[in-house]
Design a protein around this ligand. Sequence first.
Ligand code: AMP
Length: 192
Amino acid sequence: MKEKNIVLFGPPGSGKGTQAERLKKILQWMHIDTGAIFRNNIQLKTPLGNLAKSYINKGNLVPDVITIGMIKAEVEKNKNVKGFIFDGFPRTVAQAKALDAFLQEKNMKINAMIALEVPEDILIKRILERGKISGRTDDQEESKIRNRFKEYHTKTSILKKYYQEKQKYYKIDGTATIEDITNFITNVVAHL
Ligand code: AMP
């Protein structure tokens, strides 16, 4: 099978991580979750974790140069996979352009961006609930959550247009059932 790669897109709490976990089992693809990689590095107190920590704790995006370097290293580390599920990346136009250029050098590309759409009041409730279980500090304070939405609206949401112009944009109602959303995505993937 030819290799395919997708981007899961949506604001914090829209269910990207939940879907990525399911998709990686169904499709046997590699899942790259930038937020989880950062959190892992923070826990291990690596230089990358130390760099990223203050941004994440405030709900700000980590600077592009750090994030792009990390993504390249992750793709390089995982050769011979059937496909990548990018979750939480790209989050800025600079990241999207860097990803396209980097993949092109490897004869790879993003085939689709799948957007999960959820109203903001539902997102806040979901994130606060997740914060009780995950212990994530950026999930526990409404001011930090609001700042993450602000980052999303100012820097990330514009990526919809970026992928729409390339005819790679697919959207799904993120309040549908987990199973229906997975079915929608696997159907999109099957037709790429
Ligand atoms: P997430 O787990 O996707 O909600 O990400 C948690 C935090 O990690 C975000 O609020 C950002 O601080 C940081 N982060 C994750 N992905 C990126 C990215 N692509 N660019 C910049 N910062 C990111």
